[in-house]
Design a protein around this ligand. Structure first.
Ligand code: NDP
Length: 305
């Protein structure tokens, strides 16, 4: 049986050689991060026994308690934290230091405590890029990227695509206002010529027909098993070398992935992104190369159970 999440009232002191890691969110029951990190830490400990003293816990932290939680955890021997809903953006106001990706993405999913303060990073874009490379054998560099959605995950995908040198990034979103906000933000940092956007009202399907795209679903459409596909045209009309990545991993099969399979495209769900972003966080904290295999095995066992 899985352990219940902790709250900041029951933070346990970690004193050397113990090292604390944790994920903070609200709600946090759904998070499989402890499963992934325990598997990777166990793997590390098999060659470096000191990692047996590292723990990774889940804390249920309400938004109004985030600052108190960060203070308490840093004083209690915690070195690294992951942040999930609703803290990824709110934490920005509490940090002095941020890496470039996190600043461009406008959100933090990884904190490391160093020189007496929490420093923010974002490994989501990295996780996506690695997932595309390793699972679908495709590169963002030089490719045409079609991102469905304009929320936080879409912003991470767009930033990573642009940083990696994508030829063209097109963002398609249900609502105009969110799309417009994201395009404006991105055009302040990147060459606007590489970017375009559409909504269901103004999308020009002829711009996509017969062309090869990396299609990334970053909407929440698909989280319910009965959800329709977020695509604005028949999936089979894209070029034959199109690949489809759905950031959703639970359920593992979405309407979009079913359509992509029928069209004969390479495709994958978002589990690999979740794992590669987690592996990158652990690399930041441990300063060791993390092989993702142990995390994949643990995640697959968890979802099969
Ligand atoms: P946000 O709430 O920030 O954004 C949600 C997006 O989905 C918006 O663009 C919204 O459009 C769109 N959307 C919601 N409902 C519909 C609908 N019925 N039809 C069309 N579009 C819709 O969420 P996030 O960006 O944080 O997350 C998006 C998805 O990515 C989630 O499914 C999440 O689970 C997944 N994700 C996966 C990760 C992984 O590691 N695999 C990491 C992070 C996220 P509008 O602006 O019009 O409301």
């Amino acid at each position: 049986m899985r352990e219940l999440p902790l709250t900041i009232e029951n933070v346990v002191e970690h004193s050397s050689p113990q090292v604390g890691l944790a994920v903070l969110g609200h709600p946090i029951n759904h998070s499989i991060s402890p499963i992934l990190h325990h598997a990777a830490l166990e793997n590390l400990a098999s060659t470096e026994p000191s990692f047996a003293d590292w723990t990774y816990e889940r804390f249920d932290v309400k938004p109004e308690n985030l600052e108190v939680a960060l203070n308490r955890l840093s004083k209690s021997g915690y070195l690294g934290l992951n942040l999930t809903i609703p803290h990824k953006v709110e934490v920005l106001g509490l940090l002095n230091g941020l890496d470039r990706e996190a600043s461009l993405i406008g959100a933090v999913n990884t904190l490391i405590f160093r020189d007496g303060e929490w420093y923010g990073q974002n490994t989501d874009g990295y996780g996506l890029q690695k997932a595309l490379e390793n699972e679908l054998n495709c590169n963002l560099a030089g490719s045409q990227i079609l991102i469905l959605g304009a929320g936080g995950a879409a912003r991470a995908a767009a930033v990573q695509s642009l940083l990696a040198g994508a030829r063209n990034v097109h963002i398609h979103n249900r609502s105009f206002d969110r799309l417009n906000d994201l395009l404006n933000l991105l055009s302040n940092e990147f060459d606007g010529g590489q970017m375009s956007g559409s909504t269901p009202d103004d999308v020009r399907c002829e711009d996509f027909i017969g062309q090869n795209w990396i299609i990334i679903n970053a909407t929440s459409l698909g989280l319910n098993a009965m959800d329709s596909s977020p695509l604005f045209m028949s999936c089979s009309e894209f070029g034959k070398e199109t690949v489809v990545y759905d950031m959703i991993y639970n359920p593992p099969q979405t309407s979009l992935l079913t359509e992509a399979e029928k069209a004969g495209y390479k495709c994958a769900n978002g589990l690999s992104m979740l794992i590669y972003q987690a592996a990158k966080s652990l690399e930041i904290w441990t300063d060791r190369a993390i092989a993702a295999e142990a995390m994949f095995e643990a995640a697959n066992n968890h979802f099969r159970a």
